[in-house]
Design a protein around this ligand. Sequence first.
Ligand SMILES: Nc1ncnc2c1ncn2[C@@H]1O[C@H](COP(=O)(O)OP(=O)(O)OP(=O)(O)O)[C@@H](O)[C@H]1O
Ligand SMILES: [Mg+2]
Length: 319
Amino acid sequence: MEKRDTLIEVRNLKKFFKVGDNTLKAVNDLTFDIKRGETLGVVGESGCGKSTAGRTMLRLYEPTSGEVLFEGKNINKLNRQELKAMRRNMQMIFQDPYASLNPRMTVADIIGEALDIHNLASGAKRKERIQELLSLVSLNPEHMNRFPHEFSGGQRQRIGIARALAVEPKFIVCDEPISALDVSVQAQVVNLLEQLQEKMGLTYMFIAHDLSMVKYISDRVAVMYLGKMVELADSEALYENPLHPYTQALLSAIPIPDPEVERKRERIVLQGDVPSPMNPPSGCHFRTRCPKAMPECAAMEPVWKEVKPGHWAACHLFN
Ligand SMILES: Nc1ncnc2c1ncn2[C@@H]1O[C@H](COP(=O)(O)OP(=O)(O)OP(=O)(O)O)[C@@H](O)[C@H]1O
Ligand SMILES: [Mg+2]
């Protein structure tokens, strides 16, 4: 098969929810690519649509409109059987390692279930494969008959990772996989994800709340605000030269370890709260909190455009 550089193409993807008589625009017109083997970090405040974007990309939610292509194939046009086969390629790791594992199933059942759905192994082979997957995530294979509550938070997240890896996916949406863990084990889980990526050539979309968390693991980073991407660039370009005022504000909030630099750091404090996605401001959704807002920001939506090679932004300063 042709080896494409681009693994996933997202085109004008929208996911709206009906809430009473209102429409909540959780994901509102995302267009971007994910390259094979990269880690794309996605950051933004709570409720900006990160998880909904991830779920819609895996077709765990039906999109309101727009398309997602996986290796050039439109996943929204697949029938049930084709979708089942496609699901092997795309997996998700969840934030809460407590809620995402069935407490009544042993670890062997949890991982085995993933193998069974796709008929990947049976009998002695199945047990062997479960033990192999546990070793892969540095858990003791002899603990395969234990229940989730017998493991720590970090170990549970490893079980979730083993379950995702069972089907040999190419792409994994990691939805805040370390946010619920003790700081002391966060780095271990991140290291594991990085090792697995290298070993298996995995592609990640890594969702996180803040920019400091994704800085070191992401090749590129996308910043979301109220259902939209406002900026996307190589990590270095985004941190060194952020174009969007929202990204600049987020970065200004990250403390700098060097006390000398930290003292001179200019902090941009955003006024007010994030507006409701049910009733976002006209034009640019960020304009009500933007220190650089101009008259046209209320009148027109900014265009999502490649301002410099590989550096995308949606802001009237660059339109
Ligand atoms: N099933 C649903 N029905 C109705 N509204 C929803 C549903 N799922 C999400 N939303 C709403 O869509 C918006 C985006 O939610 P989403 O969970 O994608 O945000 P998020 O960026 O992942 O937030 P967090 O950082 O808190 O996880 C929010 O306003 C949320 O309340
Ligand atoms: Mg979320």
